[in-house]
Design a protein around this ligand. Structure first.
Ligand SMILES: C[S@@+](CC[C@H](N)C(=O)[O-])C[C@H]1O[C@@H](n2cnc3c(N)ncnc32)[C@H](O)[C@@H]1O
Length: 219
């Protein structure tokens, strides 16, 4: 008979500690920490990135979490040939170049707006990585016809209505095992549908920043 109050007390204890665990998890979500430079060259790029944010020299740029993801994926892939659609003032390109400093790769980045392309050029120079980047000015939908493969990593971050067209133009140039990344995926449902419904592709979503899809072109 005494067992019933004991069982009730144990249940209360279990529910209480489970609730505490949930509260602690909500208070301390796992977020990416700031990047710490290992070399002077890395420090120079990170300093420019930091200054760009502080002096509002970004335009619709990726948040730092996504920048870090771009760097991490390009570096892990050992990327030699990276293509970006939508340079803006160079913020995401600089993150990608942190990887290219290590992999010996090159970034080709497309921008339709001359003023933003000019600012990007200045930022790449200040960061000491201008030799790693080629900026192609003009409409990427047309300019991409001159792009050479094989591409290891492609990053799409321009006109949202153009994502599927960019994907169709980039896919034949992608290395098997290559990665196609796309930003603001919550704004491009048609693109998401395409990359999640092909047997030739495998896609995951990284949502710590502004929503980045990571699509593998299967071998
Ligand atoms: C979201 S911003 C890119 C942000 C950049 N990736 C970053 O994180 O710093 C989009 C850029 O794409 C450019 N853009 C839009 N349509 C384009 C097109 N058809 N061809 C090339 N660039 C385009 C815009 O001018 C704008 O600078």
């Amino acid at each position: 008979m005494k067992r019933i109050p004991v069982l009730i007390a144990v249940s209360f204890l279990l529910v209480g500690s489970w609730t505490q665990c949930q509260q602690r998890a909500a208070e301390k979500p796992y977020r990416s920490a700031a990047s710490l430079p290992q070399t002077e060259a890395e420090k120079q790029v990170l300093t420019v990135l930091d200054n760009m944010v502080k002096s509002h020299e970004t335009y619709l740029s990726v948040p730092g979490e996504d920048g870090k993801a771009l760097r991490l994926l390009a570096e892990a892939k050992g990327a030699k040939n990276v293509v970006e659609i939508g340079t803006s003032t160079g913020y995401s390109g600089l993150w990608i170049c942190l990887a290219l400093q290590r992999t010996g790769g090159h970034l080709t980045t497309y921008e339709i707006d001359h003023q933003r392309a000019t600012m990007a050029r200045e930022h790449f120079k200040k960061a000491g990585i201008d030799h790693l980047v080629t900026i192609i000015e003009g409409d990427a939908h047309q300019q991409l016809s001159k792009q050479r493969g094989p591409i290891d990593v492609a990053f799409i971050d321009a006109d949202k209505g153009g994502y599927v067209d960019y994907l169709n133009k980039l896919l034949p140039l992608m290395q098997p095992g290559g990665l196609i990344l796309a930003h603001n995926i919550e704004m491009v449902p048609d693109y998401v549908k395409v990359v999640t419904s092909s047997a030739d592709l495998e896609t995951i979503f990284y949502m710590e920043g502004a929503g980045l899809s990571v699509t593998l072109k299967k071998r």
